[in-house]
Design a protein around this ligand. Structure first.
Ligand code: PMP
Length: 361
């Protein structure tokens, strides 16, 4: 019998590992491994979900018009150039499916989000890594990594797991220097956390080769519901809509997202608290000998002396019920990525690192 084989590239994929959420034998577990919002979604989300729950025997709206309208109003965008997906992951997937294939290259940064190479391999394209400079996206390295075969360049700005970002002038220089036919995908999963940053929306409007993705999973506290969106040139949106499944989002997802994006008070509260707690946590960890680059997101990339120390700190935190993320798979074995929790959550991290230092001294 002929062997059944998958499409080229698929067996190259190292499956994505989500943040852990359990520790054997520990009850009071604090999950700080997936950059979730510790305050949860807007209080209006529960009622919105309940309102939509009575209609689950009906297929959902296929064009997401009310949700796109809400996003457009809040962000000052054109609703006709928005596409919604099952998390921003799905929008990133549409881009790869539509624009890359065997023989094509998909460029991403050295410590870029794990889904970029996975999605590139899934369509048979070749992921190409561009070096970063001290954990910061390097536009010159990205441009040098591009060839005539480059179809997509993924840049998360701010980036996960480094928490750093580059300025919009640098992003514009990158877009300007891309080879013909290549798209710059600006992944704005953490864009909301940066005061005054539009995620690259103005650049999308000024050019035909820039696309922005955003999510409801981080600031809006809806990671469990899976809603994301993209903003791009009309021609690209038109292409992506041809491969999008007509019913990719349920009415429950859309109702929740609309309630979340319209509640500016809650978003503002979460932003202010996250920034306050993050900056304090960074200072406290630095005082304990664990530095991190200034973060523009809801997490810190904590740096230890070496891989052994990072792993020992992770093991110790786990024994205290605190789960953070190892990032050796991102080429950062000496680091741990720590989501900014609430007041009590941050205190547990500081206490965990303090007792780790004590045990080892
Ligand atoms: N991009 C980046 C940089 C991320 O960190 C994440 C979530 N970890 C995503 C995209 C995907 O988020 P979602 O699919 O939940 O929108």
């Amino acid at each position: 019998m002929k062997k059944i084989t998958p499409q080229p590239g698929i067996m190259e994929i190292a499956p994505y590992e989500g943040g852990e959420s359990r520790v054997e034998g520990v009850e009071d577990v604090l999950k700080l491994s997936s950059n979730e919002n510790p305050f949860g979604p807007s209080p209006s989300v529960g009622a919105a979900i309940a309102g939509a729950a009575g209609q689950v025997h009906r297929y959902p709206n296929t064009d997401h018009a009310p949700l796109r309208q809400a996003i457009a109003e809040v962000h000052g965008l054109d609703a006709g150039r928005i596409i919604c997906g099952v998390g921003s992951d799905e929008v990133l997937q549409f881009l790869c499916q539509a624009f890359a294939g065997p023989g094509d290259e998909v460029v991403h940064t050295e410590h870029g989000f794990a889904m970029y190479p996975i999605l590139a391999h899934a369509v048979g394209a070749t992921p190409v890594v561009a070096r970063e400079r001290e954990r910061v996206t390097d536009v010159d390295a990205l441009l040098a990594a591009c060839t005539g075969r480059t179809r997509i360049v993924f840049v998360a700005n701010p980036n996960n797991p480094t928490a750093t970002m580059i300025g919009i002038d640098e992003v514009a220089r990158l877009a300007e220097g891309l080879p013909e036919g290549a798209i710059l995908v600006l992944d704005g999963a953490y864009a909301e956390f940066v005061d005054g940053y539009d995620g690259g929306a103005a650049l999308v409007e000024a050019r035909n080769n820039v696309f922005m993705t955003r999510t409801f999973s981080k600031l809006y506290g809806l990671g469990g519901l899976r809603i994301g969106w993209g903003y791009g040139p009309r021609e690209i949106i038109d292409v992506l809509n041809r491969i999008r499944q007509p019913f990719n989002l349920s009415e429950i997802q859309m109702a929740a997202a609309m309630a979340a994006v319209r509640d500016r008070n809650w978003a503002g509260h979460c932003l202010a608290e996250t920034a306050r707690l993050r900056d304090r946590l960074a200072g406290q960890l630095a005082a304990l000998g664990v530095p991190s680059d200034p973060s523009l997101t809801n997490f810190l990339l904590a740096r230890f002396a070496d891989r052994a120390e990072a792993e020992a700190a992770d093991t110790h935190l786990k024994s205290q019920g605190v789960i953070v993320r190892r990032v050796a798979g991102y080429g950062l074995p000496e680091c741990l990525r720590i989501t900014v929790g609430d007041e009590a959550g941050c205190a547990r991290v500081v206490e965990g690192i303090r007792s780790f230092r004590e045990v080892r001294s």
